[in-house]
Design a protein around this ligand. Structure first.
Ligand SMILES: [Zn+2]
Length: 174
């Protein structure tokens, strides 16, 4: 079996300049492009920039988790495994599941060699907001409700790996 089934199944449509996986469009982008955009955004919007990037990742993560879960009829464990492998195969770093506890709606994921941290360089704050968003978006599908996520360790802050703690937000009933 191939080491990268996602890349093997990627379809290039020359007439539109599209890369498609299972009909979903993807694009390759240099991490420096994102780091530059992120730094400029942080300068103009401050902390709100982090939450905007998080929201972008969240939208993509929940769409992907929903789509591939339905497409393959995956269990929760299978979709986590698929998304970790997909992250790896599309170049977002080496993902590993640390903990999945559906009872308390908690997920913990470690990522080695995040391209976002690598391109950003040293920082006093965690910088991998897109990964944080994607994981929270995926968790929202698993836990059936909105989720929050914190990057408690980040390569950009000098930690060995990036580490994300994801929890379901408390449902506030009116
Ligand atoms: Zn990080």
């Amino acid at each position: 079996m191939s080491e990268n089934p996602i890349l093997d199944e990627l379809v290039h449509d020359q007439s539109t300049g599209s890369l498609l996986y299972k009909g979903v469009r993807y694009l390759l982008i240099r991490p420096e492009t994102i780091a530059g955009f992120q730094k400029a955004l942080t300068e103009s919007c401050g902390k709100e920039a982090c939450e905007n990037l998080f929201a972008g990742g969240y939208a993509g993560g929940s769409l992907s988790a929903k789509k591939y879960k339905e497409l393959h009829n995956f269990s929760d464990h299978e979709i986590i495994d698929f998304m970790m492998k997909m992250g790896n195969q599309i170049g977002w770093g080496n993902f590993s599941l640390v903990r999945y506890d559906p009872g308390v709606k908690h997920l913990c994921v470690a990522v080695k060699d995040s391209p976002f941290a690598q391109a950003y360089g040293q920082s006093s704050r965690s910088v991998c907001h897109l990964i944080r968003g994607v994981l929270a978006g995926m968790a929202s599908v698993l836990f059936g409700g909105d989720c929050s996520a914190e990057e408690v360790q980040c390569r950009a802050r000098g930690h060995e790996n990036c580490r994300f703690e994801i929890n379901a937000r408390e449902a506030h009933s009116a």
